[in-house]
Design a protein around this ligand. Sequence first.
Ligand code: GAL
Length: 677
Amino acid sequence: MTTKKHACPTYPHFLHGADYNPEQWIHDKSIWDKDMELMQLANCNEMTVGIFSWAKLEPQEGQFDFSFLDEIIDRVGKNGGKVILSTPSGARPHWLADKYPEVLRVGPDGVREHFRERHNHCFTSPVYREKVQIINRKLAERYGQNPTVVAWHISNEYSGDCRCPLCQQAFRDFLRKKYDNDINKLNLAYWTTFWSKTFDSFDQIEPPGKYTETGLHGLNLDWRRFVTAQTMSFIENETAPIRELSPHLPVTINMMFEFYDLNYHEVSKVIDIASWDSYPEWHNGDDADIAQKTAFWHDLYRSLKKRPFLLMESTPSLVNWKPYNKPKRPGLDVLSSIQAVAHGSDSVQYFQWRKSRGSSEKFHGAVVGHDGTGETRVFRSVQKTGEVLKAIDQIAGTVTDAKAAVIFDWENMWALDNCQGYALAGKKYWETCYAFHKVFWQRGIDCDIVSPKADLSGYQIVAAPMLYLTDEETVENLTSFVENGGTLCGTYMLGTVDGTDLCWLGGIPAGKLKDVFGITAEEIDTLYPVERQHAQLFGKEHELVDYCEVIHPSSAQVLASYTDGYYAGTPAVTINSYGKGQAVYIACRDTGSMKDDLFDHLLGNIGLAGNLADSSLPHGVTAHSRTNGETSYLFLENYDPASTADVTLKQPMTDLLTGETVHHVTLPPYSFRIFKS
Ligand code: GAL
């Protein structure tokens, strides 16, 4: 039986489109005519509209004018395209802020913002919630059953927080509920006896900010949890009329790269499909590294809902907000779009369709430039991507069956940031997670990025780098994964603090994990940036940086030992059998070579091979797969700008673009091939 899980079941094809802001050109409808012509020429079949249109749609309170949206949705539909319709809450009209200043956000310094910029409203304000519901209901009533509309794009890039009196009150209510209205429970969880911080009542609690308490780690964590919960409640408020009036349309929010503010593992529970905005800094260093980091986030967004996601925004050429803004080189432009599809996206979408004439994004890349033609290099590369997507349409909706996963956790990241220990600056949590993901990417092994609470039963191997915050639920989850036959790789700092950021007592890693890994950890040597230590694994010496933890095996077998430092001769990597599985403890941070040798050993041991015949791929080359349960699709990508690579497939496969059947493949720089078996 075939399995397909289309991101938009309402349109079971690849979407190829862009953020489209035609209201910026409402004074010249000849531009709209040209847009329709160029969309067809660019092989685009989708436009995302209405993102920042509130001032046009409701120019004064209660006065609605949908004429521009009526016309645009109609035009796109007649042109053969589909629309993802946005709710406009990401930027509000002037009248709303003037009449109801409570909708404006209060910053960490306690100062309320003026009307300016975007993405800066209060998430608690009842007035804002009400006004958003009114406009969203109108949109859903008018377009919810329109066949051109295939999904809802809710607001834009939710982020940040507000510290107004309403948010403070909501935060206190959140804490009252969490701590059973018992202030002493909270005092204990936050360890407030330290420096006489004891709270007498919930009313004394303020959000961490510029002039308020930031030294209580449990409080800092709870604030981030509250902001996540409050954003989710805002999203639910936004989507209520939409879900009521158009229950068949999937709902998404566009998420971001290396995003800090919200726990997306939680937020994804209130949306139907994950989508994200991807803006890698290509050509700044090794493109293979940049591709792999980008792949990490594609993998994360696919893993959030365990189904295809949407690449909601990407630039067709360059951005305008980095210190240096460089256009994508020929080849890499199409390759970087296809990369998202290789990792499970059902779309390639750009920001934006037509370059703005004024304001801050007038030099941001767009499909159509200020020349207004389809005769640019960028336009032609978009056309080419569209051709590819049409040719491989059978892949839309297929899934990724990953047997490897890396655990990445927002709460852990926040706790590591709180942590005044080890190296104060740069614990490098993201980089460490990337380094473990790289092990799989480099070998052409599909890999999910999951929460520590995720169902791990489908994986053969899971890496849990720097999982410093390990609450009881996580301890149970990791333990049962190993008990049931999984291979778990933990590292230094595992199981150090609990869910409220209190240190675990009785030795680390926390509780049962000492038995699972068969070790206890005693202390960590933090290395100065120039310092290097070494460990020997399978007879070879490897370089270590940043962290060397001193551990004591109880039942674990030693795989690698330190060769210098006061801990020379003690274990650096161990392996322990537990239940039907095994737990590997990596006590130190290496520069890559030790991990390579270790994972070659482990992957061989558990029989997990990559998508190609050989697991050692040329530099910059990777291989990813999608499947419908019967047919497998293989994406080969080469991110090396200069070297042509030769690779061998596991068996002869048919190239979906050329129709030829091949076994050995030559991949020129910045190229890709897509096969079917
Ligand atoms: C995104 C945002 C878009 C646009 C784009 C420019 O973060 O959602 O509206 O500003 O960046 O790169």
